[in-house]
Ligand binder design. Structure first.
Ligand code: LLP
Length: 435
């Protein structure tokens, strides 16, 4: 697993750092990222493109995990950045990310968010719908600036993944519908606008995808329209953004493809679909999960233990759906280990419970683990994407800290929330009345 090894005293180490000591020093629950693994993934994506000698951008989808240090790491690795809200944009700006490589997503960007992005002069807006297109034109005109635009299209492709994270199918809240002529209409209207420069098209077919087929089908579908539009009104995209969604390994049942397989399939399909006279567009992608997912683990301290005779062994940890919503929300599966007993056999069957007041707060059902007692450190793997970013304060649990480890060095990149943080925005009863 990544750069993890086992130390002589049987402790799990990651990035050259003892996880049991991390737990002791920073407390639990704790997110730990193996920075070298994030770099490795970023480089794999980029070198797949470099081999093809075409213009490209690999944008990190910061919704997967956003904090100042992560954005700075993305910059160091030559990535672009996908943001989906004023908050993600603010984080990127505070991190000093190059604005021309920021792409702004979202199906309901507010006026304030659009203004903020225009003021920052970001690289491009991924426009989701007609309302936004008109609003953007207006606001850009007010400011006397020109906005680069990709139109997000819904290609009508169903990728095989969990329903909630499927996005490319026809009946989706995202994007202009391809089948019904909305995309053509949007292209025409963007082309007629003064403050909008139409760069090209965007699509994202879903998340945690393990095959290249969905991407190939989406490209074929898009090109079946593009060749018509090229012939009838000379439209050619400068940029084709094919989204993210590349699958990762959560458990041994998952078999992700090497990232170059996706890139190669994409480029090959685009080339095969272009009709005579068309030029090769820049290919952009925006992976989130595949850049950070496997690089993150969560450390917990084992606490209470409950045995239901002949049925189940519950083992509770000091976190749960507040730091990892994915099992409760998507029935997502994870694997774990007892980080201070790495040399002991995994001959116990436990179901790992969180500490929230909710029966559904189970992190892992039926997990083979080493014998575990209160005070042990548990590591849950592959929690780097949509873990911290979807963390919440349910039951008023403070959000955990985040540390980066690399070559034996540790840095605290997000401080643990305190109880004071939890009531920071609360007002006492009397003061709360506004008449
Ligand atoms: N681009 C767009 C337009 C997206 O909507 C997404 C993810 C991505 C890129 C990045 O996808 P990735 O490479 O990370 O799969 N919370 C869910 C995942 C939601 C994904 C939303 N959009 C989860 O925990 O599985």
């Amino acid at each position: 697993y990544g750069t993890s090894t086992i130390s002589e005293n049987g402790h799990l180490t990651i990035g050259g750092v003892d996880t049991v000591q991390l737990a002791k020093k920073f407390g639990t629950a704790l997110y730990v990222y193996d920075v070298s693994m994030i770099r490795e993934k970023a480089r794999a994506f980029r070198s797949a493109f470099e081999r093809e000698e075409l213009n490209y951008q690999v944008a990190y989808a910061s919704k997967a995990f956003s904090c100042v240090a992560m954005i700075q790491l993305a910059e160091e690795e030559g990535l672009s950045l996908d943001v989906v809200s004023g908050g993600e944009l603010y984080t990127a700006l505070q991190a000093g990310f190059p604005v021309d490589r920021i792409h702004f997503h979202g199906n309901n960007k507010s006026e304030a968010e659009i203004r903020m992005a225009l003021d920052a002069e970001i690289g491009c807006f991924v426009v989701d719908n007609f309302y936004e297109l008109t609003l953007l034109e207006q606001l850009a005109e007010e400011k006397g600036v020109r906005a680069n635009v990709l139109l997000r299209i819904t290609p009508g492709i169903e990728a095989h993944t969990h329903d909630y994270i499927l996005t490319g199918q026809e009946d989706s809240k995202f994007g202009f519908d391809l089948q019904s002529g909305q995309v053509e209409k949007a292209i025409q209207s963007a082309n007629g606008m003064n403050q909008v420069h139409l760069l090209g098209l965007h699509c994202h077919i879903g998340s945690q995808i393990f095959e290249t087929t969905g991407f190939v089908m989406a490209i074929e579908k898009i090109y079946s329209y593009l060749s018509k539009w090229y012939e009838s009104f000379g439209f050619q995209p400068e940029v084709l953004n094919l989204g993210g969604g590349f699958g990762i390994r959560y458990t041994s049942d998952d078999e992700p493809l090497p990232v170059e397989n996706y890139i190669n399939a994409m480029i090959k399909t685009v080339k095969s679909q272009m009709t005579a006279g068309m030029r090769m567009p820049e290919i952009w992608i925006e992976p989130g999960r595949s850049l950070v997912g496997e690089a993150g683990i969560t450390l917990y301290t084992v606490g209470s233990h409950k045995q239901v005779p002949e049925l189940r062994n519950y083992l509770a940890v000091d976190g749960g759906m507040s730091d990892n919503l994915r099992p409760a929300l998507y029935q997502a599966k994870y694997e774990a280990t007892i980080a201070n007993r790495m040399y002991e056999p995994s001959d116990h069957l436990y179901s790992v419970a969180g500490k929230c007041c909710e029966s559904g707060d189970m992190l892992i059902w039926d997990c083979e683990l080493q014998r575990a007692i209160a005070g042990d450190t548990m590591a849950v793997f592959s929690t780097g994407a949509y873990g911290y970013s979807m963390a919440n304060n349910y039951n008023r649990l403070p959000r955990p800290a985040v540390v980066f480890v690399e070559n034996g060095e540790v840095s605290l990149v997000v401080r643990r929330e305190s109880y004071e943080d939890l009531i920071r925005h609360d007002m006492p009863l009397k003061q709360a009345i506004i008449s």
